[in-house]
Design a protein around this ligand. Structure first.
Ligand code: SF4
Length: 205
């Protein structure tokens, strides 16, 4: 009678839990109601969110709740201006198509700067168009944000030394997030938008 073969795959040893670092506190949502949204259908979301919000208001008072809730809502519903400057604009358009579907993050392009809080500069900025860009930025209501998408918007790109090209859109308007690439892919734009959401949370809470 033969002896049973030794199992080839051994059970993995248990991985010890990593204690939280005292210098890196866990990211939390202070004051924002915790709602189990995973299993909710859209019709159930609003009543559940309303119930959580009202209970939090009763518990903590308006002062501690309204600002974080407005910030949470604002950073998860960014409205970029619907415009394009050069080849990076094609990637911008792709990001909002069916394959990458940026709207699942609540990012919805609007065609009037007065309805927008995000300017995505997606191409080569020339001095000829610079004053138009500044006008569009100034027409957007506060609080507003700017993403420099691609090497041209970030620093002039391959045309940096041309007499007609602005060597970086931060010479005209304040930039919050820079995205490298020529052109950056739609995934890079989505990553930049998510980075901006983190930045808004850090700055405004
Ligand atoms: S970074 Fe490259 S792809 Fe984007 S606008 Fe400039 S040249 Fe075109």
């Amino acid at each position: 009678m033969s002896t049973p073969a030794t199992p080839v795959v051994a059970a993995a040893p248990a991985v010890p839990a990593i204690p939280p670092s005292p210098t890196e506190p866990a990211i939390t949502e202070p004051g924002v109601p915790f709602v189990e949204i995973e299993g909710l259908r859209s019709q159930q979301f609003i009543p559940a969110a309303k119930e959580a919000l009202l209970s939090l208001l009763a518990e903590q008072g308006q002062g501690k709740v309204i600002r974080p809730v407005f910030n949470w809502a604002g950073r998860n519903s960014l409205f970029p201006l619907h415009w394009g400057l050069a080849c990076c604009a094609i990637e911008f358009a792709s990001a909002f198509g069916a394959r990458w579907d940026a709207e699942r993050f609540g990012v919805v392009p609007r065609s009037s700067p007065r309805q927008c809080d995000l300017l995505i500069v997606n191409g080569t900025v020339t001095w000829k168009v610079a004053h138009k860009l500044i006008t569009l930025y100034e027409q957007m209501p506060e609080p507003k944000w700017v993403i420099a998408m691609g090497n041209c918007a970030t620093g002039g790109g391959p045309f940096r030394t041309a007499y007609s090209v602005v060597p970086g859109v931060d010479k005209l308007v304040p930039v919050d997030v820079y995205i490298a690439g020529c052109p950056p892919r739609p995934e890079a734009l989505l990553d930049g938008i998510l980075k901006l959401e983190e930045l808004i949370r850090e700055r405004r809470e």
